[in-house]
Design a binder for this molecule. Structure first.
Ligand code: HEM
Ligand code: SF4
Length: 551
C-alpha cells in the first residue's frame, strides 16, 4: 500500500487544521450554511436528510487493519456504531455531528486517510478490481497505476473545477471487476506479443440519468504515455464540457454530442500539440510506487490442502460458502476470501464497528494485513492460506459475516435512498431488505446462480441499477414511492444498460415481482445458462408476460 511522504502528511494535517477553523466559524454563525457548503464539501462532508454525512476515500479500495480499526473507532465514538461501504469503494458515515468532524479528520490523518476529493467537480477516488494483486486471471496489479493516477489527480490545479465530477477506474485483468465501462475514464491493461504493457483507454461511460457504455479511444497506449494522454482527455473535457446545464456536464454527454470519432480526434490533437517531457511516466517512478504494492511473502505451498478438503467434506455450510465466497488466487495454496456484507434482511454495505474489528483482526492473523472493499459493497481478504479458510470462516460466521451469497440474489447493491439522501425519490434500503428476506433460502440462491440485483433511490443511479441484471429504480409518483424494473444490465466485460420492463410497482409488490422474474428465468433456462445469458437469448417478452399478463 502507498505510504505518505512528509509532504502528504503535512498537507493532510494542515487541511484538518484549516477545516477545524472553518467548522468553528460555522458553529459560531460567522459563516452561513451557504458559505460553509463549498468548504465542507471539499472535505467530503455532505448534509443529508437527518445529519451530516462524511465520505472517506479508500484509494483503490485498499485497507489494512490499522485503517479499518480506526474506521471502527470512529463509527463507535462519533457515529452510531456502523459505517456504509459504497459502490465507489468509499466509506460513508451517516450520523456525523459538525462539531466532531475535525476530530474525525484528525483521527483519519493518523492512519493516512482523508475525505478530500470525495465530492465536487474534481477527479474522485480512483477505483479498481477488489482482487487486485491476488486474482488468478490478472495480468498485473493495477494499483500502482491507480496510485500514479491518484497522485497526478490529487489537487491538480487545472482539474479541480471541471464541468462535473470525474470518476476513473483501473483494471489489470481480462475479466473486468472494476466496471471500467461505466466510468468517465476506464483503464484496462493489455500485454502485447512481446509482453509489453499497454493500456486500453475507455472514455465516456457513466450511469446517472443518462447511462452510457464507454467507448475505446486508444487500444494500447504505451504505459509511459499514460499521464500525458489522460491530461489530453481532461483538457478536451475541461474546454468543451458543458457548464450551462449540470445534467449535460459529464464527459459522456460531450462524447455523445460531438461523437466518439471527433472526440478522439480532439484528444489526439491536444496530445500531439504538447511536449510530454514533464508528464512522461518514468520507469523508475513506476517501480518506486510498485514497490509499495510488493506482493506479500507467500509460502511455497501445495495447491491441494488436506485440512481444507476435510473441513469441506464435513461441513456443508462451509462447503457452500467456499462455493460462492472464495475466488481463485494466483499463488498455489492461497485463496481470496470475499466477505459478504449482505446478511439476510441486512442493509447492503453496512458493517458495525465490531465487524470491522473482526475483519481487521482476521487480516492481521491470516491475511498479510490486507483488506479490500469491493464496488459490490463487500469486503475482501485477498490473501488467505487454504489451510486457514476453515478457521477464518468460523470467525466470520460468529460475527454474521459468512453469508454464502457473493454474486447471488442476496448480494444486492443498494444506495442509501430516502432513508438518508436528500436527492432520493424513494427508499432503497427497505426494498433491498425485503428482497433479501424473500430469497433468504441460501440453497435456493445457489440454485438460481449468479444474479445481480441493484437498487437506486433516484435517477442519479448511485446503486448502479442500470447495470444490474435486475435493476430497480425508486421514483416518486404524486407523493407515492414506486419502483421501475429494468432487466439485462451488466457492468462487466459484456457491459450493457438494462431495459425498462414496463409499468412500475409499489414497494410492497417489488419482492413478488422479482420472484416472478426469477421463476420465469428458471422455467426457461437451458442447462448451465446464467440469468443474464438467458435474458439476452429470450428478450423481455416472457418476463413481461409473467409480470403483467394477469393485470
Ligand atoms: C448520500 C449522498 C449522495 C449524494 C448526494 C449523491 C449524489 C449523486 C449524484 C447527484 C449523482 C449523479 C451525478 C451525475 O450523473 O452527474 C451520483 C452518481 C453516483 N453516485 Fe452518488 N450520491 C450519494 C451517495 C452515494 C452512495 C452511497 C454511493 C454508493 C453506494 C454513490 C455512488 C455513486 C455512483 C456509483 C454514481 C453513478 C456513477 C456515475 O457517476 O455515473 N453515491 N451521486
Ligand atoms: S441514487 Fe439518488 S437516492 Fe441513491 S444515494 Fe444517489 S442520489 Fe441518493
Amino acid at each position: 500500500m502507498y505510504r505518505y511522504d512528509e509532504f502528504d502528511r503535512q498537507f493532510v494535517t494542515d487541511r484538518v487544521m484549516q477545516f477545524r477553523d472553518q467548522a468553528n466559524r460555522r458553529l459560531t454563525g460567522e459563516l452561513t450554511e451557504d458559505e460553509f457548503r463549498p468548504l465542507r464539501l471539499m472535505n467530503g462532508l455532505y448534509l443529508q436528510l437527518h445529519a451530516y454525512m462524511l465520505r472517506i476515500a479508500i484509494p483503490y479500495g485498499t485497507l489494512d487493519s490499522k485503517k479499518l480499526n480506526t474506521l471502527a473507532e470512529i463509527a463507535e465514538k462519533w457515529d452510531k456504531g456502523y459505517g456504509h461501504f459504497t459502490t465507489r469503494q468509499n466509506l460513508q458515515f451517516n450520523w456525523i455531528k459538525l462539531e466532531d468532524t475535525a476530530d474525525i479528520l484528525a483521527k483519519l490523518a493518523e492512519v493516512e486517510m482523508h475525505a478530500i476529493q470525495t465530492s465536487g467537480n474534481c477527479i474522485r477516488n480512483v477505483t479498481t478490481d477488489q482482487w487486485a494483486g491476488a486474482a488468478a486471471d490478472e495480468l498485473a496489479d493495477p494499483r500502482p497505476v491507480g496510485e500514479l493516477v491518484r497522485q497526478w489527480s490529487s489537487l491538480h490545479p487545472e482539474f479541480s473545477y471541471l464541468p462535473r465530477k470525474f470518476k476513473i477506474a483501473v483494471t489489470g485483468s481480462p475479466n473486468d471487476r472494476a466496471a471500467v465501462k461505466v466510468h468517465d475514464i476506464g483503464l484496462r491493461l493489455h500485454l502485447n506479443d512481446k509482453g509489453e504493457r499497454g493500456w486500453e483507454v475507455l472514455v465516456g461511460g457513466g450511469l446517472g440519468r443518462t447511462p452510457v457504455i464507454a467507448v475505446t479511444v486508444r487500444d494500447f497506449l504505451p504505459e509511459h504515455e499514460l499521464i500525458a494522454y489522460l491530461e489530453a482527455i481532461m483538457r478536451v473535457y475541461n474546454l468543451y464540457g458543458r457548464r450551462d446545464n449540470k445534467y449535460k456536464a459529464r464527459i459522456k454527454i460531450l462524447v455523445h454530442e460531438i461523437g466518439a470519432e471527433k472526440f478522439r480526434a480532439e484528444v489526439e490533437a491536444e496530445y500531439a500539440r504538447r511536449p510530454h517531457a514533464d508528464t512522461k511516466v518514468e520507469e523508475r517512478e513506476l517501480q518506486r510506487i510498485t514497490a509499495y504494492f510488493a506482493q506479500p511473502q507467500f509460502e511455497k505451498l501445495p495447491r491441494w490442502s488436506a485440512s481444507f478438503e476435510e473441513a469441506r467434506a464435513k461441513h456443508k455450510d462451509f462447503a457452500n460458502w467456499v462455493r460462492t465466497n472464495i475466488a481463485a488466487h494466483r499463488v498455489d495454496g492461497y485463496a481470496i476470501v470475499n466477505i459478504s456484507l449482505k446478511p439476510e434482511g441486512g442493509i447492503p454495505g453496512d458493517a458495525t464497528a465490531d465487524q470491522m474489528r473482526v475483519v481487521a483482526d482476521l487480516a492481521l492473523r491470516y491475511g498479510f494485513d490486507e483488506i479490500r472493499v469491493s464496488h459490490h459493497q463487500n469486503l475482501v481478504l485477498p490473501h488467505v492460506k487454504r489451510d486457514d479458510l476453515f478457521a477464518v470462516w468460523k470467525v466470520l460466521q460468529a460475527s454474521g459475516l459468512a453469508t454464502s451469497n457473493i454474486g447471488l440474489a442476496g448480494d444486492i447493491i443498494a444506495c442509501p435512498g430516502l432513508d438518508y439522501c436528500t436527492l432520493a425519490t424513494a427508499r432503497s434500503i427497505p426494498i433491498a431488505q425485503s428482497i433479501s428476506r424473500k430469497f433468504a433460502d441460501l440453497n435456493r440462491q445457489h440454485e438460481i446462480g449468479p444474479l445481480r440485483i441493484n437498487i437506486s433511490g433516484c435517477i442519479n443511479a448511485c446503486g448502479h441499477h442500470h447495470v444490474g441484471h435486475i435493476g430497480i429504480l425508486g421514483l416518486d409518483k404524486k407523493g407515492e414511492e414506486f419502483y421501475q424494473i429494468t432487466l439485462g444490465g451488466s457492468s462487466a466485460d459484456n457491459a450493457s444498460i438494462g431495459t425498462i420492463l414496463g409499468p412500475g410497482f409499489a414497494g410492497e409488490d417489488v419482492p413478488e415481482a422479482i420472484e416472478k422474474i426469477v421463476n420465469t428465468y428458471i422455467a426457461h433456462r437451458q442447462p448451465g445458462e446464467e440469468f443474464l445469458a438467458a435474458y439476452r437469448r429470450l428478450g423481455p417478452q416472457p418476463f413481461k408476460e409473467a409480470l403483467y399478463a394477469a393485470a
